[in-house]
Design a protein around this ligand. Structure first.
Ligand SMILES: NC(=O)c1ccc[n+]([C@@H]2O[C@H](COP(=O)([O-])OP(=O)(O)OC[C@H]3O[C@@H](n4cnc5c(N)ncnc54)[C@H](O)[C@@H]3O)[C@@H](O)[C@H]2O)c1
Length: 340
């Protein structure tokens, strides 16, 4: 198959390129990234086998011309929540308006099938667990709101223009090439950095809140199953939103215990109030309308659990990788790339 991967220097995009080439050495992959959150090193082992274009998707027509792709996997986005929160306009243009550029490009180039990375974060306000895809959505933070609007847009484009789109509502993803270095890395990246550097981890909760974690290899299988199913479909016009989660919520404290087991080290922990979690982003508070700290508290302590039946019924997919095995693989990789 011939893939376009947006955000290819990101965690998902780079891992997907590697996984496709490992399984299908003849696959053709073109990737675009503007390097706003990506790392070139993530592509080191595949760079000679892909076409990598450094550029912004806002210029997708200029960057690509009218090339046809069997599948467009749209990973690019501003993913960190406080980054979205501090600049609504940027968040909407990167996470929503660029979906317009992607769909227009797909139509102009006859590339009918798109895998779009939505997020389990859109279930922000829910009290229904496990959370099904038909649960009513009521967001208050900007990141999940952008993902939900983008889903609605893609669904409309499927109806009106015959695109096929699978929107993957991804829960907490982890894996070797996750981010360890951004301003506020995701939990497992942060805990591993603290363990390896023997620095205290500052945690903003009791650690008893539970989230649904899914390992990168499992996710990549789902992406490829869905891309293949769309390609084999004789017709367009289908929109499917599907959860990508394990269905098993696990507490932060349990994750810490497993990381200590796989690393053979003890993590030092400092605890602070949940409401201070985004204090690194002072711009969220130094303005006339500030973010309500209760919203931050809610986000830190939120519980997540994906309903997994729809992914199983649509694609025959369930997450398989054992959490402790996945964390061990992350630790092995992190030891190689994190300097002391
Ligand atoms: N990682 C998770 O736990 C998680 C969970 C739910 C949803 N998601 C979603 O999955 C997708 C992939 O996540 P990820 O962890 O790989 O994120 P990431 O930040 O590692 O990768 C996104 C990549 O997109 C690039 N990018 C952003 N805007 C761009 C633009 N305008 N033009 C070109 N490149 C651009 C960035 O430089 C980055 O390399 C994102 O859409 C994210 O919102 C991720």
């Amino acid at each position: 198959m011939n893939y376009l991967i947006t955000g290819i220097a990101g965690f998902v995009g780079s891992s997907l390129a590697r996984a496709i080439l490992a399984k299908h050495p003849d696959a053709r992959i073109t990737g675009i990234d503007n390097m706003s959150f990506g790392y070139r090193e993530r592509l080191a082992d595949v760079i000679d086998r892909i076409e990598f274009i450094e550029g912004d998707l806002v210029e997708i027509d200029r960057l690509l011309g009218r090339r046809h792709f069997d599948s467009i996997v749209h990973c690019a986005a501003i993913a960190p929540l406080p980054e979205c929160q501090r600049d609504s306009h940027r968040a909407l243009s990167q996470n929503v308006a660029i979906c317009g550029s992607i769909a227009d490009y797909a139509l102009a180039s006859g590339s009918r099938d798109i895998v779009f990375f939505s997020s389990g974060a859109i279930y922000e306000g829910t009290t229904q667990f496990p959370t099904r895809e038909d649960t009513s959505i009521s967001t208050s933070l900007i990141y999940p709101t952008t993902k939900y609007i983008a889903e609605q847009y893609f669904e409309a484009m499927c109806r009106s223009h015959g695109l096929n789109v699978t929107a993957i509502r991804l829960f907490n993803l982890y894996g070797p090439h996750q981010d360890y270095f951004r301003k506020q890395p995701p939990l497992i990246g942060y805990l591993l950095t603290s363990l390896i550097r023997d620095q205290p981890a500052v945690l903003f909760s009791s650690g008893e809140q539970c989230r649904d974690y899914v390992y990168i290899d499992d996710l990549l299988e789902l992406v490829q199953l869905s891309a293949r199913q769309m390609k084999d479909s004789p017709t367009g016009g289908r929109f499917v939103a599907v959860n990508a989660g394990s269905g098993v919520p696990v507490s932060v404290n349990a994750i810490i215990g497993m990381l200590e087991t796989v690393s053979g080290r003890q993590l030092k922990i400092e605890r602070r109030p949940a409401a201070q979690y985004w204090d690194k982003y002072s711009e969220l508070f130094d303005r006339p309308i500030t973010i309500d700290r209760a919203v931050i508290e809610r986000e830190v302590n939120k519980h997540t659990q994906a309903a997994i039946e729809k992914a199983r019924d649509e694609f025959g997919w369930t997450a398989k990788v054992d959490l402790q095995d996945g964390l061990a693989a992350c630790f092995q990789h992190a030891q190689r790339i994190i300097s002391l």
